[in-house]
Design a protein around this ligand. Structure first.
Ligand SMILES: Cc1cc2nc3c(=O)[nH]c(=O)nc-3n(C[C@H](O)[C@H](O)[C@H](O)COP(=O)(O)O)c2cc1C
Length: 193
């Protein structure tokens, strides 16, 4: 089974990445035949925001249904992934801009969704998405997660889950304790997700 890990963690010592690694390493130990593919949005992945020119190029590829072109690589990879893990720190009430750039690049009509009779029909194969985050303050309501969940509704039939460690930049907070609490929630997901 294929898990696509979209790594939107910018910092080397990212606490969000620590939670993602904890989840993925233990998930792999607890389940058979797991294959994890990673897209590192801050290193490795060559993604650019869409422009007039790249939108036109993409329209041409869509018209030919040419999904093998390298410009379709991320969209096709997303299309095929059965489970999606997104690791994204809470930035400015949502997530780092690179994640939005990634989303722009996977929103390919006729491959990942159709727009029919005033509504979206998702064509992606995935069934589950887990969104892992950490925040300096309170991120119980995370517009970043809400936005990704809405986008995934257009792309398919995903069951979406959000696990987070909050208040990590609040003075006096026991960071280890907050991280541990999030890991306990991840333990549950490791068994059942
Ligand atoms: C650019 C930037 C924007 C941030 N915006 C917020 C915010 O809006 N609300 C919040 O509670 N914390 C905010 N933070 C704090 C981070 O959410 C927090 O430090 C988080 O744990 C960082 O994740 P990381 O360790 O994975 O990099 C921001 C941090 C950065 C660097």
């Amino acid at each position: 089974m294929k898990i696509l890990f979209i790594n939107a963690c910018a910092r080397k010592n990212s606490r969000t990445l620590e939670l993602c690694k904890y989840f993925l390493e233990n998930y792999e130990k607890n389940h058979r035949h797991i294959e994890i593919e990673q897209v590192s949005l801050f290193g490795g992945a060559e993604l650019k925001p869409m422009t007039e020119e790249t939108l036109k190029e993409r329209e041409e590829l869509i018209a030919k249904r040419d999904w093998e072109d390298s410009k379709m690589m991320y969209a096709l990879q997303f299309h095929e992934a059965e489970k999606i893990v997104i690791g994204a720190p809470y930035w400015d009430c949502s997530f780092p801009a690179m994640l939005k750039v990634y989303i722009e690049n996977i929103m390919v009509s006729k491959l990942n969704f159709l727009y029919q009779e005033d509504r979206y029909v998702g064509l992606c194969r995935g069934k589950k998405m887990l969104y892992i985050s950490t925040a300096g303050g309170d991120a119980e309501r995370n517009m970043g997660f809400d936005y990704v969940r809405k986008v995934l509704k257009m792309l398919g039939n995903y069951q979406c889950k959000y696990i987070h460690a909050d208040n990590l930049d609040v003075q006096g907070v026991d960071i280890e304790e907050m991280m541990q609490k999030a890991k306990i929630k991840l333990d549950e997901a490791i068994k059942r997700w």
